[in-house]
Ligand binder design. Structure first.
Ligand SMILES: [Fe+2]
Length: 229
């Protein structure tokens, strides 16, 4: 179970009745905010590599492509990702662009898997096609695998470690969190081995569960290196 269930979306079969209707203009809530993330757009000089990568990672399909733009989706949204195509040589004009996120601006986008099984089986599937995480860590609230697309955009694939939002909220006020707010690196292959050996899911999500016996993982600030930053 996810501690933070995804918001109801237009194609969600659970969405029914009043949730689908327009708000009562006479009784608007105090604060209206967007309902969910729809898509993001990337200006890229590597559009072919990006389409291939998102095809492998998200099962993305191209719904429109011309020589200026491509729209990709992998669910009910018309597009989840749009690629604005730049001439390939433009990449040489911004040789440090993929390092920008290490120092300034948006760091990553995070995507939740509703079970640790889904997260680890995705890890296994992607490893087989040569796509590996740049950082694997149990943050405490989540177990997270970070990937980078061909433009260096970082995507966090995560699953919640606590079964309820209340459990997560309480963890943020705990001594464990105060002592180590970053988390402890994990070995996803070791977690997969334990999953296949029948180890309880809750056990796999505990901090330290991803540490292969005989190894010493990086924890807290030591987990942040030039590679993982
Ligand atoms: Fe994150």
């Amino acid at each position: 179970m996810s501690a933070t269930p995804s918001p109801l979306q237009p194609s969600d079969p659970d969405r029914s009745g009043t949730e689908n209707s327009a708000p009562d203009l006479g009784q608007l809530p105090d604060r209206l905010v967007p309902d969910f993330i729809a898509h993001w757009v990337v200006k890229t000089a590597r559009s072919a590599e990006m389409i291939d990568w998102y095809g492998h990672v998200f099962g993305a399909r191209v719904v429109h492509e011309d020589n200026q733009i491509a729209f990709l989706t992998w669910d009910h949204e018309s597009h989840r990702l749009a690629l604005v195509k730049l001439p390939p040589p433009v990449r040489f004009a911004f040789p440090l662009s993929r390092w920008r996120r290490k120092t300034y601006g948006i760091d990553h986008l995070a995507f939740t898997f509703t079970s640790v099984e889904k997260l680890l089986l995705t890890y296994e599937r992607l490893t087989k096609v040569g796509i590996s995480p740049v950082w694997s860590i149990n943050h405490g609230p989540t177990t997270s695998l970070y990937y980078e697309d061909p433009e260096g955009i970082r995507l966090e694939f995560q699953t919640e470690n606590f079964p309820t939002a209340q459990g997560t909220a309480e963890y943020f006020t705990s001594a464990d969190f105060a002592e180590n707010p970053i988390g402890t690196d994990i070995d996803p292959d070791y977690l997969l081995e334990q999953l296949r050996a029948g180890v309880d899911r809750e056990q796999l999500l505990r901090r330290g569960a991803g540490t292969r016996p005989g190894t010493k993982p990086r924890s807290n600030k030591r987990a942040i290196t030039w590679k993982t930053l």
